[in-house]
Each structure stands twice: as C-alpha cells, then as structure tokens.
Ligand binder design. Structure first.
Ligand SMILES: [Zn+2]
Length: 486
C-alpha cells in the first residue's frame, strides 16, 4: 500500500492524501491550500482563472482524469472527506464528476447551506458532483478500501476520523479533532475504537504542536502597530481557557460586567461557539443577534434536521443584515430592503421576527446597545456600519484564533482602528482551539500505538516526531508530493 501527499504537509490545512493499493486509489480529503494560494496569488488582483493555474503552483496534483476540465476516465475511485472545513474539502469543486465524494450527512448539509450564502464562482460550484453520505460507526467501501467513519469533536459539527482497512493493513486518519470541546465524548469513542485495532499507520493532525516562541514574529507586528497607533491603541486582555466550558464562564462574566453592546467575533461556521454565545446571551438577559450567514447556517441546520442539536432559532435570536446597494437604476445608491438581496437573505427576512437592517435597524442597536450581544464573523464591518452620531459603549471580544499570518495581522490592525474609533481602550480574547492540545495529542498517539506515525496538518512535524518517538516504532515525516510505502 502506498500513500502520496499532495498537501497538508508542513502546513496547517490543504490535506490531500492519496491511498493506493493495487487498482484502488482513494483520496483522504481534498482540501484547499490557503497557504500555497496566498504565496502566489493576491485576491482580487492576481487570482487563478483555470484549474491549470492551480496546477502551476502545485496547489493540486496533476493526475490524469482527476478534474472536470478534462473528465475522461479517472483512476481515482473516490474522495473521503473528514469534515466541512474548506482546507479539507475546498478543491472537490474542481473534480471530475465521475469521482464520488463521500462525507457525513451533516457535513453535506453544512456545505450546501454555506454555498447558498456565497456567490458561486468558477471554483466553487458543486452541482456536477455525486455525493454519498456516511454515518458514524458504519462501514463503507470504496474500491478495495473498507472505511469506518467516527464522529469526532472539532470546531465544526459533522467532523469525522477514519479507520480504514486496505490490503490487510489498518490505517487511521484523525482528520481534525480535539478532546476539550463539548462533544469530547465523540472523540473518546473514536479513540476506544482505535485501541481495539492493530494500527499499521496513523496519519495524525498536529496543529497545536508549535515551538514556544511561535508567536514572537506576530507579536513584533502587534507591538509595531500599537506603537504607531499611540495612546488610542486598544489593549488586548487574554482570558486563558482550556475547554469550551471555560469560554462560556469567562464570556458570561464579561457580558455581566459590560455596559453597552457586546460585539463578539467568531469563525463563520463555529457552531459550538455560536451556541456558547447564545447560552451566555440567554443567561445574562440579552438578545443574541447573529450576522446573516451565521443565522442562516444555524436556522437551516435545524430546519434540515442535520442532527446538530441545541441551536439558536428565529424565536430567540435576531438577524443583522449588512448594507447592500439597490441594483435598481431608478433608486441608485439607496440601500436595498429586500428585493435586491441574495435569496438566503430574503429567506431570513421572511422567516424571522427580529431583523435588523437599514438605518432603523442600526439605530435600534445603538439606542438599546446594552440589550444585545452581536455575534459576527466580521466585526470591523459591523463597527463601520453602526457608527453614527455620538459614540455608544461597545465591548469587543475576540472568540477565535489570533491572527496567524501577516495578512491576518494587517486585517486585524484595521479592526483595532475601528475599535479605537469607538473609544475602546481594552478588548478581550476568549477562545479555545478547535484542535487537540499537545498533551491530548500525546495521549491519542499512545493509545493508538501505531507501527508508523505520519504527522500531518502541522507546520512542525519534527516537533511532533520528537514528542511521539517513545510511543511509536517509527515516525515518518511526509514529503510534499512524496510517496511512502507501508
Ligand atoms: Zn478543520
């Protein structure tokens, strides 16, 4: 059996691993490589136009019949997707429609719902693909590969790890997972299943395996920006958290102590965090307002019965709709109310009692700022839109990863300027990672006890190798576009 690595090597995300045994070839994930694309492209000025542009930068492998632009016979039998994060599935849109894509039922629902909220560019369309959905604990078969998916806890629902049997070997692929979220029992069940196997090879994520001074470079940026901003620069106050429950407790404390609007920035599809914020809003007597994409995701997951429990609904939360221009020439320059809004927003306007849009919606938030928690994936945009007249008190909470590359630091600096424009002196960081802590990862590797460990989805495979060397016979650090034989 051979495994070839076309991404997810020395990088966080972009996983694309090709498992090959005799006539069978199966991809484990087919993720978009943000890091590679950022190295070569600059959106929107310099961007890929054809599938071949992505081959030029080696973001995708150059294999015969793999893509829709040249869809002859393909030797690939299928793609198994662990979870609906773009860095794990984002390039499936490019695939030859004859190659089936296997994923969890909930994952399919999330991908569908989210794609309804974005304009379908050439590299986003999925309607030519055939999907097969799987369920936790149930065996499936692709070519000569028997796979068993297990639900795991991660920062998006419908995340899975796989146990695969191929050519008499047992392969474990963790996908992305953690043991400190609210669904940690799922990851524990996956671990118990792994313990019962004689694992030959384990592809294990190592996102949080980082050197201690990892952030020194970015902290340097932060210091420089703070220096340039001078005394108006908002100060970052971190509330360290180890588990999702800590996030809830710290958030609750802060919201209780806050006057004015509480503005929380999260990742767009971090449903667990949105749930936590919703609970905090309820227990502190505030109303949760979600931005339109987050609201649509939460409400639709419930409506489509995607087995994601305990979500905010239109009865107990509101929706904020951002400004959008009327496309009608006769009304040029005016803000659109309904007719010109994308379909998913029209749907929200129809089904929701509490919609905040237009000058009146924003005035209401300003007037009763202390009654709301506004949750969004784009806080700077909300600050821009809400700013009018005398400043109103606003408390900002960063509830996602800190910026981890230069582009993100620059964007974050803009957010800090917007906060300063509101007179915000201090903001809080309250977050836990979607990925295992280092110590949990060590436990997982020890329990799996594989013959061969392959560190993936990490910038520091050598650190992971050092950490795991006692627990496994062999650590094989994969090479980009390299192949390893088991
Ligand atoms: Zn992920």
């Amino acid at each position: 059996m051979k495994i070839s690595f076309y991404g997810g090597v020395n990088e966080v995300g972009g996983n694309k691993f090709l498992l090959a045994y005799r006539d069978t070839q199966v991809f484990l994930d087919f993720g978009k490589s943000f890091e590679r694309e950022n190295k070569f492209f600059d959106f929107p000025l310099l961007q890929p136009f054809y599938i071949s542009d992505l081959k030029k930068i080696q973001a995708i492998p150059d294999l015969k019949g793999l893509y829709k632009d040249n869809p002859g016979a393909s030797e690939v039998d299928g793609v198994l997707v662990t979870h609906p994060h773009v860095d794990h599935f984002g390039y499936i849109s490019l695939l030859n429609g004859k190659i089936p894509v296997y994923l969890g039922e909930g994952a399919k629902a999330i991908i569908d719902i989210r794609s309804e909220c974005y304009r379908a560019g050439w590299d986003r369309r999925l309607n030519h693909l055939s999907f097969e959905t799987f369920r936790t604990g149930r065996d499936g078969e692709v070519g000569g590969v028997i796979y068993r998916p297990y639900s795991v806890d991660h920062s998006i629902p419908a995340s899975y790890g796989f146990i695969l049997h191929v050519g008499g070997k047992t392969v474990v692929y963790t996908g992305d997972l953690r043991l400190h979220g609210t669904q940690r029992n799922l990851t524990e069940r996956f671990l118990r299943a792994i313990e019962e196997e004689d694992v030959d090879v384990m592809l294990c994520e190592g996102t949080n395996i980082v050197p201690e001074r990892q952030n020194a470079f970015l902290r340097g940026f932060e210091r420089e920006y703070t220096r340039r901003m001078g005394t108006v620069a908002p100060e970052r106050v971190e509330k360290p958290c180890k588990a999702e429950e800590d996030v809830e407790r710290e958030l609750k404390r802060l919201v209780e102590d806050s006057e004015g609007l509480v503005l929380v920035e999260t990742c767009p599809a971090d449903i667990d965090r949105i749930r936590t914020i919703w609970k905090v809003a309820q227990s502190t007597g505030r109303k949760l307002i979600l931005d339109s994409r987050q609201a649509y995701l939460a409400y639709e997951l419930d409506a489509r019965d995607a087995s994601v429990e305990d979500l905010p609904c239109p009865k107990d939360s509101g929706v904020y709709l951002s400004r959008i221009r009327d496309r009608d020439g006769s009304n040029r320059g005016r803000e659109a109310r309904k007719k010109w809004r994308p379909k998913y927003q029209q749907n929200l306007i129809e089904r929701c009692e509490q919609v905040y849009l237009g000058p009146e919606g924003r005035a209401e938030i300003r007037r009763h700022a202390g009654e709301y928690v506004l949750c969004t994936a784009n806080a700077a945009q909300k600050l821009l839109e809400l700013k009018e007249g005398p400043p109103f008190p606003c408390h900002f909470i960063l509830s996602k990863s800190e910026p981890f590359n230069e582009e993100m630091v620059i964007a974050f600096d803009r957010l800090l300027h917007w906060l300063a424009a509101y007179g915000v002196k201090q903001y809080h960081e309250i977050h836990v990672s979607g990925h295992c802590w280092r110590s949990d990862l060590k436990t997982i590797i020890e329990k799996a006890n594989p013959e061969v460990l392959v560190p993936v989805h990490t910038e520091h495979p050598e650190l992971m190798a050092r950490m795991a060397q006692q627990a496994v016979k062999e650590v094989r650090i994969p090479l980009f576009q390299g192949t390893t034989e088991i």
